[in-house]
Design a protein around this ligand. Structure first.
Ligand code: SAH
Length: 222
């Protein structure tokens, strides 16, 4: 049981049962990476929502987390996590910390996570809340378009907001044999999920993985 701002967070049997069903649900939708499914089975998603209704936390839907932002749909979190092909010890950069849920999924898969958030209130909440759950990803307040040049290269980079194009700075911060996963397209419509692999000659190969809907990536906001 965890105490947070006068709330008692508890991973009840009912929550665990609903979570098992959610995992079955997303595995039926095509997620096969066992480490992804295990991470989702383990992490109490209801801790990340400002709602006491477990049904919301464990249905396969996005949900508002305040400041006009959302925690991504579990299937989308699983899909991006699977595309990343995480190996234990990988250095992973996430753009869009939001609630911190995606970051924790990646940590459970063995990654060392660095995550950037553009909205200060969300950054501050994640910084305070995630350690209470026993996780300490490295969190940064700033513009994800620019990545974290001082800490590059990264084995993997994941963008969790809709980008109008692939940011050059992020490609530049990818390690050899690195993978970038990013939804690209019009922020008012749908985006195409892209994976970009960098080979040992520094050549990038791009693949497309279907359509998704993300909140827009914010630019130049103070
Ligand atoms: N990964 C999050 C969900 C992300 S929603 C989770 O698991 O909850 C997208 C997030 O990206 C929002 O929190 C939004 O504020 C943030 N964001 C938008 N533009 C950004 C930018 N330029 N740099 C960093 N974060 C950004």
């Amino acid at each position: 049981m965890i105490r947070y701002k006068g709330l008692l967070l508890e991973d009840s049997y009912r929550a665990q049962g609903l979570r098992k069903k959610l995992v079955q649900d997303i595995s039926q939708k095509g997620i096969s990476d066992k480490r992804v499914l295990d991470a989702i089975a383990k992490i109490p998603r209801h801790y990340f929502l400002d709602s006491s209704f477990l049904e919301f936390a464990y249905s396969d839907k996005p949900f508002p987390i305040g400041e006009g932002q959302t925690i991504s749909q579990p299937y989308t979190v699983a899909f991006q996590s699977q595309l990343l092909q995480i190996k234990a010890g990988h250095k992973v950069l996430e753009i869009g910390t939001g609630s911190g849920y995606q970051a924790i999924v990646l940590m459970e898969m063995g990654a060392k996570v660095y995550s950037i958030e553009r909205v200060k209130i969300l950054y501050e909440k994640a910084k305070e809340f995630l350690p209470l759950l026993g996780y300490k990803p490295k969190l940064y307040y700033g513009d994800g378009y620019k990545g974290l040049p001082r800490l590059a290269p990264f084995d993997r980079i994941i963008v969790t907001a809709a980008a109008p194009e692939v940011p050059h700075d992020l490609l530049a911060q990818l390690a050899t044999d690195g993978i970038l996963i990013i939804p690209v397209g019009d922020s008012n419509g749908v985006q195409v999920m892209k994976s970009i692999h960098k080979d040992s000659n520094g050549v990038f190969t791009e693949k497309e993985h279907g359509q998704f809907r993300f909140v827009p990536m914010l630019e130049d906001k103070k």
